[in-house]
Design a protein. Structure first.
Length: 320
């Protein structure tokens, strides 16, 4: 048995159920090996950072402690992003696919033929789903059961509600073609309204992006540079002579500040990472109404912020 599959099998049951669900929604067949591979990559990255970063052993142990967490978090994040991308593609193509199915039904085709004739390349993931549904109906499954199976394979409220109404219509003997046509129009209007909402909140998204991705690392870069410069100046200052002078009658004494620049830098990067993590989720919630879509922009925002942080420090070092 493959070692990756063994690692997956010994994982907690709750984790395996979530991976299986996300893998089904993202249409990932070999989700067992892929999840284990992604988990190992995350753990190895954590171990690599701990070994290579020039930090104290306390921080190395802290970084190493994230290895088991990343083993479970990274596969879930990757699978969630893939499922959300597939969901968006299906929702975008759904109105045209439903209209085509409605036309096929009006021309006298059966529901099975309507699914099969509507499975076109331009519909992306819907093509494969319609083909599977048509094969299940041809293979002896009832139309209602095949549609329920289709509903379980796609994690989209719009898609699932449409199929639920379609199933009820088929069971009650209603006009399926008219239902699909009206559903396609309602979904198109819903998607247009969603686009309008995204446009109206664009200013809020830009403000959060500038504050988190640009403003925070810029300020932290200046702060750490000033702290490092001040520390170097104090190290070059002879405080003993100053204290001897103040001891002649003054109560003022001087002492070098104990500032650990390495700790301050690690703190700055940690705050920048946490800030961008939550700002990405907030931006996704405001813009898309779905917090899960924010996971795909977290690596970009964090990487850009850390780059700006070190760029500001390097620029100040070269200029001053």
């Amino acid at each position: 048995m493959n070692i990756l599959r063994i690692l997956y099998l010994i994982s907690p049951e709750r984790y395996k159920r979530r991976i299986e669900d996300k893998g089904r929604y993202a249409d990932i067949k070999d989700y067992e090996r892929l999840s284990s591979s992604l988990g190992l990559i995350g753990s190895l990255l954590s171990i690599g950072f701990a070994l290579l970063l020039p930090v104290e052993y306390t921080f190395k142990l802290l970084i190493l402690s994230t290895a088991p967490v990343l083993y479970f978090i990274i596969p879930l994040v990757v699978f969630t992003v893939a499922a959300e991308r597939r969901k968006s593609e299906i929702e975008r193509m759904l109105p045209e696919a439903l209209l085509l199915m409605s036309n096929n039904l009006e021309s006298g085709a059966s529901i099975n033929q309507a699914f099969l004739e509507s499975a076109r390349e331009e519909f992306g993931p819907l093509k494969k789903e319609f083909e599977i549904t048509a094969r299940q109906i041809s293979g002896g499954n009832s139309v209602e059961q095949a549609i329920r199976n289709l509903r379980d394979r796609v994690n989209s409220d719009i898609f699932q509600d449409t199929l639920r109404i379609l199933t009820n219509t088929l069971e009650s003997g209603g006009n399926t073609a008219d239902l699909l046509e009206s559903s396609a129009e309602d979904i198109r209007k819903s998607l247009e309204l969603r686009d309008e909402i995204e446009s109206s909140v664009q200013m809020y998204v830009i403000f959060i992006f500038i504050a988190a991705v640009i403003g925070a690392p810029f300020l932290f870069g200046i702060t750490t540079y000033m702290a490092e410069t001040t520390t170097q100046l104090w190290q070059q200052t002879d405080t003993r002579a100053t204290n001897d002078f103040s001891g002649t009658g003054s109560s003022v004494s001087f002492q070098k500040p104990a500032i650990n620049i390495q700790h301050l830098t690690i703190f700055s990067i940690s705050v920048i990472t946490i800030t961008n993590f939550f700002s990405s989720l907030i931006i996704s919630q405001i813009k898309n109404g779905n917090i899960k879509k924010g996971f795909k922009i977290i690596p970009v925002s964090v990487g850009l912020s850390v780059t700006i942080f070190y760029t500001v420090r390097s620029a100040l070092t070269g200029l001053i």
